[in-house]
Design a protein around this ligand. Structure first.
Ligand code: ZN
Length: 332
């Protein structure tokens, strides 16, 4: 058993309480590679932001769970080396699919886990979540649960249709499970294709797709039921059109990729939403920089030549999200 405390990590309890009170949200960035990890830490240190580094089941398969654990430990040491005396870094399991996966993460140094029982019948979701919470809380690890289903595809998590969270269920669910935060479905979606063209309208000037608005009425009803309770939004990349355009200009093919407009996320961050998950935007920033670099430097073959601009572009995106969307800067 390795406790996250030995690795210098923190759980989400205190940072969520502060974020809900302060009207901002903590960034939850997914990572799989060293370059992503470096960019996340650099961005968090430069903006003095707490940060959640999260890994999905796919990331554990890609990078290996042991390596990810050491990378998180390295992230804390790296943040200190960059001048941050007291980094607030969470290592979080994204979309834990079973008690066993959550248990294994808790035993290897994760400070926070998500148990995603949202696809199960209600009573089974309650039972599974409670089982994970009872185990996690023995080690001071925080647990995120989910009610409602998000559409879209993220690693192995996929659903054709979304089902909004039912506000009338949230009190019963949070009381009986003891979960520390709750991911809800109010119209965000996983992946870079969050909405089908027929769900959107088109901006007559740019021809770009405009997605349907988030269901803020449901969010506000949930806030009324659970005042001050930490709420999480998954699938909240904005799919920046300049990155999509760069990818398409240099040989990519991402027609009609569409995300959540940043002004809506900005509004959500001011509410009880205190964790906003961003994964696709980092993938797009990395891919755009690499495609452009290959097109402009066909003679380059040293990975450091194209991974340097890729890392810089991700860092720029992370800083933008922290400062201009979530408002978690200057909180350390
Ligand atoms: Zn998710």
């Amino acid at each position: 058993m390795t406790s996250y405390k030995e690795l210098g990590l923190v759980n989400t309890k205190e940072m969520f309480a502060k974020a809900v009170k302060g009207g901002y949200a903590i960034p939850a960035f997914n990572f799989n590679t060293m370059e992503q990890m470096q960019a996340i830490v650099q961005a968090a240190v430069e903006t003095k932001s707490p940060v959640i580094m999260q890994v999905s089941k796919g990331a554990r398969k890609y990078a290996n769970p042991t390596i990810l654990r050491y990378m998180a430990e390295g992230a804390v040491a790296y943040a200190k080396e960059l001048g941050c005396a007291n980094p607030q870094i969470v290592l979080h399991l994204d979309h834990g699919d079973s008690f066993e996966t959550c248990k294994s993460c808790i035993e290897t140094g994760f400070s926070s886990v998500m148990i995603d029982g949202s696809h199960l019948p209600y009573e089974e979701n309650v039972a599974l979540t409670k089982k994970v919470v009872d185990f996690a809380h023995q080690y001071d690890v925080t647990v995120e649960a989910e009610l409602g289903v998000l559409a879209g595809v993220e690693d192995e998590v996929s659903a054709a249709e979304s089902h909004y969270t039912k506000p009338e269920e949230v009190i019963d669910f949070s009381t009986r499970t003891g979960c520390d935060s709750l991911a809800i479905s109010i119209g965000t979606s996983h992946g870079a294709y969050k909405f089908k063209p027929e769900q959107c309208t088109r901006d007559p000037k740019t021809g770009k797709l405009v997605p349907p608005p988030l269901a803020f009425d449901i969010l506000h009803k949930i806030e009324e039921k659970l005042p001050g309770f930490p709420i999480v939004l998954h699938g909240s990349s904005s799919v920046p059109q300049d990155e999509v355009d760069t990818i398409n200009k240099f040989g990519g093919k991402l027609p009609d990729a569409v995300g959540i407009p940043e002004e809506q996320l900005r509004e959500a961050a001011k509410s009880a939403v205190c964790k906003i998950n961003i994964d696709s935007d980092s993938r797009l920033a990395m891919t755009a920089a690499i495609r452009q670099h290959f097109a402009e430097h066909p003679d380059h073959f040293d990975p450091r030549q194209y991974l340097t601009p890729a890392r810089d572009n991700m860092k720029k995106m992370y800083i933008h999200k922290i400062m201009n969307v979530l408002g978690s800067n200057d909180k350390l």
